[in-house]
Design a protein around this ligand. Sequence first.
Ligand code: NDP
Ligand code: OXD
Length: 313
Amino acid sequence: MTILLAITGWEPEVWRERFRALSGAREVRAAPDIGDPSAIHYACVWKPPAGLLATLPNLHAIFSLGAGVDHLMGDPSLPDVPIVRIVDSDLTLRMTEYVVMHVLLHHRRMKLYERQQRERVWREHADPAASEVRVGIMGMGVLGRAAADALKGLGFRVAGWSRTDRTAPGIEMFSGAAGLPAFLARTDILVCLLPLTPDTRGILCYDLFRRLARDGALGGPALINAGRGGLQIEADILRALDDGTLTGASLDVFEQEPLPKDSPLWSHPKVYVTPHNAAQSDPRALTKYVLAQIERFEGGEPLENVVDRTRGY
Ligand code: NDP
Ligand code: OXD
């Protein structure tokens, strides 16, 4: 059984070494050195070239090396085999760290204190308690739920928004288009962990920002997006920051990645920019996850975390 790695945008060498070290008797090939395509049974991919997977006639399964699968869904020739995505505590904990850190940066007004430090100003401001701040998480899947639990543990008032009705202990849940207005109206810090699908593209727009709470303890709402850049309209984020509709933003993902050098987001005083590393896929942890899935499959057990193609995530 042969594994093909097809990775762009990340360092492929470290994945190749890790897969070769742990794959036992399985052969591991790395695109573009595919050899005989009919010998390949599993494809482990991140942003593979469109059309590549359709050239593998004996493929059993595709493994996305990240949690998101939008990098695959745009390929009209995607073969009809199971697509497995990453659900792993290593990745989940990394995202929880990012979300907690950025919620705290806005909650504790770090941009203000950073400015004061540069100006050598020694001044305390009245800080609201976490229990006065309402965090709203769009996308209450694996990553959203873990972040919600961690924030709840810190005392924040946490709500979640999902596509279908869900329940989560201690978290106020909203769903669908009908639940969105009330969810937004009670949210001071909006965290977006949605997948990118035709339904969610462009959802983070000016009209949505306008509907966030304006009566909160932070003096206005903040946005944190670690889902996908295609979820956000960057011109609307800039407009909302400049007219006070948003007080701040933490952006890990962008309409175009890498973020172009001339983007005003780089130097905006209210914005934190990170290079799509909120939750890195670490080959040390995730190779084990993929190989365990292959073992399951070959042992006749069902694959886990298979993407529902009709939903697109
Ligand atoms: P899941 O599939 O577990 O969760 C997705 C959640 O989004 C579900 O709660 C789902 O609702 C909800 N959702 C989907 N479509 C809609 C919609 N139209 N309206 C409302 N809610 C919707 O995904 P994960 O939590 O594992 O990952 C989420 C995303 O995070 C990934 O798709 C990826 O884009 C991003 N990501 C970013 C990383 C980074 O480093 N920046 C790293 C890893 C992931 P329901 O439960 O009802 O189906
Ligand atoms: C992912 C990502 O989807 O890193 O895992 O963006």
